[in-house]
Design a binder for this molecule. Structure first.
Ligand code: GLN
Length: 213
């Protein structure tokens, strides 16, 4: 067998948003990566990544491309998935402050609030202590969601104390920004926009574990 065939193939949903950056990051960490725009593009993928961008637009395009139903089926069969920012919103079970017509896959039992960090800190960077990493991860947040509820079996790998809470008042609590449940990994921030590939490596290890199953 050609050695490259044994490398995991990650399909990066490329309807809108920062798909190319994920493709580059997965190639840097030794995976194969393809852009996914149609249901047929999912053939043969071992995992998918849903990038940052605009979740309402992506939800609409997932519907019109036929990818929503095709991907729902694969996720229900246990396909590993990594969602960053808008991708996290799409993989969640519940979206708060979403558009009424916005759909999500319910692949991980979390409730996420869109644009939760407030307008004055719409974009910021922070060093996050992260489970499984020896050194903090420098994380880029862009109009990011946060996690307001985690269901049973959801592990919180990193959290942050926001400058404001969702109502803009009161004492801010720690909120999860990196979560894992089974083969699903989601982040509020954008690991694909920095040169640090450690979170992509965490996901690839999850993909390897699910292939060995
Ligand atoms: N605010 C965007 C949304 O709701 C997410 C932002 C991002 O992916 N950087 O979809």
């Amino acid at each position: 067998m050609d050695r490259s065939d044994s490398l995991p193939l990650v399909g990066v949903v490329a309807l809108q948003g920062a798909a190319a950056e994920h493709v580059a990051a997965f190639r840097r960490v030794g995976a194969r990566a393809v852009e996914v725009r149609t249901p047929a593009d999912l053939d043969g993928v071992d995992a998918v990544a849903l990038p940052g961008g605009e979740s309402t637009t992506m939800s609409h395009l997932l519907g019109t491309s036929g990818l929503f139903d095709a991907l729902s089926e694969r996720l229900a069969d246990g396909l590993p998935a990594f969602g960053t920012c808008a991708g996290m919103i799409l993989l969640a079970a519940e979206v708060l402050d979403g558009r009424p017509d916005q759909r999500c896959f319910g692949a991980i039992d979390i409730s996420v609030r869109r644009n939760a960090f407030g307008r004055q800190v719409a974009s910021f960077e922070a060093d996050l202590a992260t489970d499984g990493l020896d050194e903090p991860f420098h994380a880029v947040f862009i109009r990011a969601p946060w996690v307001e509820r985690t269901g049973d079996g959801v592990e919180v790998l990193a959290e942050i104390r926001p400058v404001v809470n969702s109502s803009g008042t009161g004492k801010p609590a720690l909120v999860p920004v990196l979560c894992r449940s089974g083969p699903i990994l989601v982040s509020s921030f954008h690991p694909e926009l920095t040169v640090d590939d450690r979170i992509h490596r965490i996901f690839l290890a999850m993909v390897g574990a699910s292939r060995d199953h």
